[in-house]
Each structure stands twice: as C-alpha cells, then as structure tokens.
Design a protein around this ligand. Structure first.
Ligand code: HEM
Length: 127
C-alpha cells in the first residue's frame, strides 16, 4: 500500500467512524432525554440495552442519503423493472420508518424493546 493510499484510508475511517458514532451518540442522548419514560425503563432493566441500541439506530436513522447501488441484472420490484446498469439510490428512512399494521406508524415514536429489530441504518456494508 502506498503512502497516499494509507492516508486516504485513514481519512475515510476518520470520517466514516468518527462522524457517524459522535453524531449518533449525541442525538441518542437527546432522544432519551426527550423520552424520560423510556429512559426510566432502560435504567430499571439494563438488559434492554441491546434492543435499545437497535431501536435508536432505527428511530434516528442518521444516514438519509448516500446508499448508491447499480443493478447488475434486471430486477423487478413492486411492478417496476430496473434495467441492468441503472443506478439506484436507497432511502434508509423508507425502510426503517415503514408502516406496520400491527404496531402503527412508528416514524418518530421511540419505543425501546428487548428484542433487536432489523434496521438498515448501517446499510449493507457498514460499519
Ligand atoms: C452509528 C454508527 C455508524 C453508522 C450509522 C454507519 C453507517 C454507514 C452506512 C449507511 C454506510 C454505507 C453502507 C452501504 O453502502 O451499504 C457505511 C459505510 C461505511 N462505514 Fe459506517 N456507520 C457507522 C459507524 C462506522 C464506524 C465506527 C466505522 C469505522 C471505524 C465505519 C466505517 C465505514 C466504512 C469504511 C464504510 C464504507 C465507506 C465506503 O464504501 O466508501 N462506520 N456506514
């Protein structure tokens, strides 16, 4: 690896690793301060922490843009065909804040659960 490649990788890790976790930590604290009922549940039962982290990642979904993908073959989703070679941009809030008939619209409602929920906040590759 050349010196330039090493510096470039260091810069990438600094931005991806520092910006994401620093902002996620700060706004997670803010979200918990805004929901003292949820914070009290977490304090009373620290075993909820794993589900709480997952739920905060889902609820806050700090990366809204940037997940770009290229179709390597034609793909049909919900009746729309994406031709091979087309570029698409994913929108994580659309996945994380989806409507569930059982749970209601949870767009901005923090609800800490014991079980981890599936989130797309980290994309398919990160961290
Ligand atoms: C709350 C914390 C974090 C969030 C929300 C986050 C989110 C993401 C997302 C959405 C992607 C794009 C994934 C994709 O395209 O499928 C990504 C990529 C990446 N993340 Fe993170 N990440 C976090 C923490 C970290 C940390 C701690 C590191 C390293 C120390 C890291 C390193 C990277 C790298 C190297 C990439 C690939 C960048 C590229 O392809 O150019 N991330 N992250």
């Amino acid at each position: 690896m050349t010196a330039q490649e090493t510096a470039s990788l260091g810069f990438l890790l600094l931005v991806t690793g520092h910006e994401s976790t620093a902002n996620m930590t700060a706004i997670s604290v803010l979200a918990l301060l805004r929901r003292p009922d949820q914070t009290a549940r977490l304090r009373a039962d620290p075993g909820l922490i794993r589900g709480a982290v997952e739920e905060l990642l889902r609820h806050l979904t700090i990366i809204h843009l940037g997940l770009g993908r290229a179709a390597t073959e034609p793909v049909t989703l919900a009746g729309v065909t994406i031709p091979a070679g087309d570029l698409i941009r994913l929108w994580p809030p659309g996945l994380n804040w989806s409507f569930s008939p059982d749970e209601g619209l949870e767009v901005m409602r923090l609800s800490l659960k014991a079980a981890a929920v599936a989130v797309s906040t980290l994309g398919a590759m990160g961290p």
